[in-house]
Design a protein. Sequence first.
Length: 101
Amino acid sequence: MTTNHLALSGRVLRCRAFDSPAGIHHTVLQLEHKSLRVEADMQRHVYCVIQVILSGQRFDSVTDKLKAGVDIQVSGFIALQQSRNGQNRLVLHAENVELKN
């Protein structure tokens, strides 16, 4: 299996930027998503918060505009990330980001 693609819109809650030891620029943000979906013929409120990682120079034109409260749409692939304390979480690695406001 090779399909791994996720598109999500939402509001930036937090954003931070740093350079890796290899010199690659990374921007890490928390994206809050809220929507109303239909499941089994019933409306369902959907809410989630996911970490999004933007890596490399191709995002330089948008990263200076990313701050708390900005609405974006992001698409990319998800991967498992393990924190220093051993907790696992899914992270969205951005391939495309669009500002919505």
